[in-house]
Ligand binder design. Structure first.
Ligand SMILES: CC(C)(COP(=O)(O)OP(=O)(O)OC[C@H]1O[C@@H](n2cnc3c(N)ncnc32)[C@H](O)[C@@H]1OP(=O)(O)O)[C@@H](O)C(=O)NCCC(=O)NCCS
Length: 165
C-alpha cells in the first residue's frame, strides 16, 4: 500500500469538492462544508493543476494542496488551500504535500511561499509553524498570534504566513 503523490489535474476537481464536503462535515453543517468547497473552483485545477498536488492510496484521496506561482511577484508562490482526510491527519501527508510544493517552487526559481488562515484555525497555525513558516506581524494579536483585521472582508480577519526557501 504505497501512497502516490502527483500533480493535480482538472479531473481531480470533483473529488476535491467531495472531499471538502466530507472532511469538514465534523466541524461544519453539510451546507457550510459545501460552501467551503467553493473556495476551490474548477479554474484552480484548469490553470494551476501542475503547481497543485494530491496524495492517493489505492486511488483513494488522502490529501491535496492547491497552490500557484505568483504572476505579479516573481519571487513568490502561494498556497491557497490544503486539506487532509481527518482519518489520516498527523501522519505526514501535509508535510509531503508541502515538500512537493517547495521543491517545485525552488525548481521554478522562486524563493518565498505565502499563505493565510483564519485566527480560529489553531491546528493550521501550529502546522504552519512546524513547517517553518513565520507569522507576519499584524495590527492586533489574539492569544499571542498576530492577526490582520478585515484582511479579506469586513470581519474576516486572517493570520498571514511566509516561508523563505
Ligand atoms: C492542517 C493539516 C493540513 C495538517 O495535515 P497533516 O497531514 O495532519 O499534517 P502532518 O502530519 O504532515 O504534520 C506536519 C507537522 O505539523 C504538526 N501538526 C499538524 N497538525 C497539527 C495540529 N493540529 N496541531 C499541532 N501540530 C500539528 C505535526 O505534528 C507535524 O510536526 P512534526 O513532523 O514535527 O511532528 C490538516 O490538519 C487539515 O487538513 N486541517 C483542516 C484543513 C486546514 O486547516 N487547512 C489549512 C487551512 S490554511
Amino acid at each position: 500500500m504505497v501512497d502516490l503523490i502527483r500533480q493535480a489535474e482538472e479531473g481531480d476537481h470533483a473529488r476535491i469538492v467531495d472531499s471538502i464536503g466530507t472532511w469538514w462535515s465534523d466541524s461544519r453543517s453539510p451546507a457550510a462544508a459545501r460552501e467551503l468547497a467553493l473556495l476551490v473552483p474548477r479554474l484552480f485545477l484548469q490553470h494551476f493543476g501542475s503547481t497543485s498536488f494530491v496524495v492517493e492510496r489505492d486511488s483513494r484521496f488522502l490529501g491535496f494542496l492547491v497552490g500557484f506561482l505568483s504572476y505579479d511577484r516573481p519571487d513568490d508562490a502561494y498556497i491557497h488551500f490544503v486539506g487532509v482526510d481527518p482519518a489520516q491527519r498527523r501522519g505526514g501527508v501535509a508535510r509531503r504535500l508541502y515538500k512537493a510544493f517547495f521543491d517545485m517552487v525552488r525548481q521554478e526559481g522562486r524563493s518565498r511561499v505565502e499563505c493565510i488562515t483564519s485566527p480560529a484555525n489553531t491546528g493550521s497555525i501550529a502546522f504552519h509553524r512546524r513547517m517553518g513558516f513565520e507569522l507576519v506581524p499584524g495590527d492586533k494579536e489574539i492569544d499571542g498570534v498576530p492577526v490582520h483585521s478585515d484582511y479579506d472582508a469586513q470581519g474576516h480577519d486572517r493570520v498571514c504566513f511566509v516561508r523563505e526557501l
